[in-house]
Ligand binder design. Structure first.
Ligand code: ZN
Ligand code: ZN
Length: 81
């Protein structure tokens, strides 16, 4: 099951479960679309893999399977100054 991490690893932007711009790699490293396109150029800085849009979990399923609340913030990995 997807963890549905709550934020972008690069810019710490909130990415709630319904965010249409959340992107994940195969290990579920999670980023916003802006960072994927402008800073990462489609390559995950942690594993070197590519990204796909994160599927949106329906509300009914969220109640049973709540999203992760643990924020991952690792701007060094994103080429940030
Ligand atoms: Zn971001
Ligand atoms: Zn990754």
């Amino acid at each position: 099951m997807l963890q549905l991490r709550p934020s972008c690893e690069c810019c710490d932007k909130d990415l709630p479960p319904a965010a249409p711009d959340a992107m994940i790699c195969t290990f579920e490293c999670t980023f916003c679309r802006d960072c994927v396109e402008r800073r990462l150029h489609g390559v995950c800085p942690n594993c070197g893999g590519n990204f796909a849009a994160r599927p949106i979990r329906p509300l009914a399923a969220l109640a049973k399977n709540p999203p992760s609340t643990q924020r991952v913030f690792n701007p060094q990995g994103c080429g940030a100054a």
